[in-house]
Design a protein around this ligand. Structure first.
Ligand SMILES: [Zn+2]
Length: 225
């Protein structure tokens, strides 16, 4: 989670730099500071807090598709479709997912940003209260899982099984409850992310519930599953 000091300094700065009140605090900068509190609560990376999606300069088709979703976040929630962004490093997947999440929490939804590394570590840790952890993942209105990848080496086959079944449970529950889930991945073969038994069930879940976006330059294509 993001340290308190970082959050407080970011909040103080938006007030200090407010063009309207020059640091005396007004409704505009107070609203911005309260949004920052929400971003932090959702664990959105600090680097995206003051970046607007208007600054996105990547894949034009992708930009258009995401802009529409940001403009109508209520519709994204109502429809409950999940999204998967696939592309190499630097294509703006995390940035776009974070902008969607920022819009959602600013609009009053609950949101959570995690990386696959967080999920693996938390599921396999004996220190983490895993039932509480699952509740957070399953219960957030919007969930982003970043760096969704197959490049994991598990300490044992048992831990790999545990991880696979846990993540499958989280995704299945969210998809069935029509809770928007955004997965970002560098892997072009998304169905390889889960091995063995889970590969088949993930493919089936993905086909039914997830809109796939391949983000890039010329290779952009949108596949509606
Ligand atoms: Zn102000």
């Amino acid at each position: 989670m993001i340290p308190r000091k970082k959050i407080d300094i970011k909040k103080q700065n938006v007030i200090k730099r407010c063009k309207k009140c020059s640091g005396n605090s007004c409704s505009i900068c107070e609203a911005q500071a309260s949004r920052i509190e929400k971003y932090a609560h959702a664990n959105i990376p600090v680097e995206y807090w003051d970046k607007s999606f208007k600054e996105f300069s990547g894949d034009e088709n992708f930009r258009k598709a995401i802009s529409l979703k940001i403009k109508d976040i209520d519709k994204v929630y109502e429809e409950g479709k999940s999204l998967m962004f696939i592309g190499t490093l630097g294509t703006g997947k995390s940035y776009s997912a974070s902008c969607l999440l920022k819009r959602a929490v600013a609009a009053g939804y609950t949101g959570l940003y995690v990386t696959m590394a967080d999920v693996v570590a938390s599921i396999l840790s004996s220190q983490v209260d895993t039932s509480k952890y699952y509740k957070n993942l399953v219960g957030a209105d919007f969930l982003v899982i970043d760096e969704f990848s197959s490049h994991w080496i598990f300490p044992s086959e048992k831990s790999e099984q545990l991880f696979g079944s846990s993540l499958e449970f989280v995704l299945r529950t969210r998809f069935q409850n029509q809770l928007p889930t955004i997965l970002c991945s560098n892997d072009s073969d998304v169905d390889d992310i889960f091995g063995g038994f889970f590969a088949k069930s993930f493919r089936s879940l993905r086909n039914h519930h997830v809109e796939l976006y391949v983000v890039g330059g010329k290779d952009y294509r949108r596949k509606d599953a």
